[in-house]
Write a protein that binds this ligand. Structure first.
Ligand SMILES: Cc1cc2nc3c(=O)[nH]c(=O)nc-3n(C[C@H](O)[C@H](O)[C@H](O)COP(=O)(O)OP(=O)(O)OC[C@H]3O[C@@H](n4cnc5c(N)ncnc54)[C@H](O)[C@@H]3O)c2cc1C
Length: 474
């Protein structure tokens, strides 16, 4: 008998899972706390244009995911030329870093210091790097680490690089040394990937979220149920310890045979009955970073050519700025203005998180002018502040031990699957969350055992081999 599955969350992970389950004629009900589908990858209308939650480039090297993307989106996508830079020390550096461009921008003295520190590091490298700082310094030397990795990573994570787990670097940065990058830049690289994987990406014409709106339509057509504005309070268990339903925030209880959760892992686990003490303690050790997005509408159409810019400069608080004018006319239509989006990262306890929108907008307006990213004569017509709680699971050193305590506990409840970005405490891209959703559905439909926790653990590299990634994307 097909089972009834309840899915918590209508983001990429939850919807992909629901899509496959309903296709196989399983009974599925999704509960989503917000008013629309897409989660962090949703798109929405703003000032008669369409925007995403910061930049959302879809990319995957997995055939299953790419085929699924094509199946859903059909022809409703365009190929966008990717242009991204790092802003540091009043200069723009191409990102991913290209050694020749970076060296020309830095000047001979700094390049000499970079090479010297690289050779010094080569002699006394750390055997088993445990932190992000050690991992990066081993490969690129201290000086390059300080210029291109330290400031930005600390802005993003809010903790020193010496406390960020090396696993994050291993997941995000290809195993390439400075020497190899420089050699490839001069001599060419035999493994150079196809141009489209590096310089272009497929982008749904009506914003990244339109992919999920299409999934929503198909799930409904297939008989699935999607309840928006319906937050789940907790997952219920029966006397044998199996999951058997959810309790909604409004107190209603809904039974199910299988539970798929994409809500924050630690909140989901702590909401269960009779959770052992050591598991609760492990949950308390894991934490997330929040993002505040500030959208500004500028009365100009030609501000700068990048899709987005990483802002390393410590003199401003935001870390990235997206220019939605450079993603395709499907977003702006015939409007003659540009929407920029600035990202501020913070913890829940930080003052900025609870500051009034007016204060945060003023800060963004001041900063965008300070960086001279808009002409002095340009007018900022509108501003809008959006808060994204818990969107970055923090990989603090040692987090893996706490996470594995939680994973073991969740594994002891065989009809409960935890997937997704905060759902599995994995720094996922859309493609990883989609894959988790697809494989969770496979496990439910066929009874196979999928290694869901390990998706997005092996490194996969997106860029050209003569460039240096700093782990910035996503
Ligand atoms: C600023 C930013 C930029 C990004 N850039 C990229 C990029 O360029 N490329 C890329 O591929 N990815 C990017 N990502 C990552 C991408 O957005 C995520 O990987 C993806 O959205 C994760 O999908 P998910 O389903 O796992 O989680 P989410 O998208 O977080 O969805 C989870 C859903 O669960 C709902 N929910 C939570 N708690 C409850 C509850 N108690 N009850 C009911 N519902 C609940 C939430 O409302 C949400 O809709 C970016 C993310 C951010 C924040």
């Amino acid at each position: 008998m097909p089972k009834k599955t309840i899915i918590i969350g209508a983001g990429p992970a939850g919807l992909s899972c629901a899509y496959k389950l309903t296709e196989a004629e399983h009974s599925v009900e999704i509960f989503e706390s917000s008013q629309q589908v897409g989660g962090l990858a949703r798109s929405f209308d703003l000032w008669e244009q369409r925007v995403d939650c910061g930049p959302h480039r879809f990319f995957s090297q997995d055939k299953i995911v790419n085929d699924f993307f094509k199946e859903i989106i059909g022809d409703d996508y365009t190929m966008v030329n990717r242009l991204t830079s790092i802003y540091y020390n009043n200069k723009f550096f191409l990102y991913p870093l290209k050694p020749l461009n970076a060296f020309a921008n830095l000047g001979p003295m700094v390049v000499f210091e970079i090479l010297l520190s690289y050779f010094f590091q080569h002699i006394k490298s750390v055997k088993e790097p445990k932190t992000f700082e050690e991992w990066v310094t081993n490969r690129f030397g201290k000086k390059l680490f300080e210029i291109f990795f330290k400031n930005y990573s600390e802005k993003l994570w809010g903790i020193p690089c010496s406390k960020i787990d090396a696993e994050w670097a291993a997941q995000r940065i290809k195993k390439l040394s400075l020497w190899e990058a420089v050699k490839n830049a001069f001599l060419g690289d035999k493994q150079k990937k196809h141009k489209t994987l590096v310089d272009q990406f497929a982008y749904p014409k009506r914003g990244t979220g339109s992919l999920y709106e299409k999934m929503q339509e198909r799930i409904l057509e297939n008989g699935g149920k999607i309840n928006l504005n319906t937050p789940v309070k907790r997952i219920l268990k029966d006397a044998t310890g199996m999951a058997n339903g959810v309790e909604l925030l409004n107190g209603e209880k809904i039974p199910a045979d299988v539970l798929v959760s994409t809500m924050p892992l630690t909140l989901m686990v702590k909401g269960l009955d009779n959770v052992p003490n050591e598991v609760v303690k492990a949950c308390d050790k894991l934490y997330y970073r929040n993002t505040i997005l500030v959208y500004l509408e500028i009365d100009h159409t030609d501000l700068f050519p990048d899709n987005w810019i990483y802002v390393h400069s410590p003199e401003v608080k935001h870390g990235r700025i997206t220019n939605f004018r450079n993603w395709g006319p499907g977003l702006y239509g015939d409007k003659r203005t540009t929407i920029l989006c600035l990202e501020y990262w913070c913890f829940e306890k930080d003052e900025i998180w609870t500051s009034e929108d007016r204060y945060i907008s003023d800060l963004a307006k001041e900063e965008v002018q300070k960086l001279k990213l808009i002409p002095p004569a340009a007018n900022i017509l509108n501003s809008f502040v959006l808060r994204l709680p818990r969107c970055y699971p923090v990989y603090e050193t040692g987090y893996g031990e706490h996470l594995s305590v939680i994973q073991n506990y969740v594994n002891s409840i065989p009809n409960l699957l935890a997937i997704g970005r905060y759902g599995a405490f994995k720094y996922n891209n859309q493609d990883h969350s989609i894959l988790m959703g697809l494989l969770a559905a496979k496990e439910i439909i066929t009874g196979s055992k999928e290694d869901l926790w390990n998706i997005n653990t092996d490194s996969e590299y997106q860029e050209d081999a003569n460039t240096i990634e700093t782990g910035l994307d996503r």
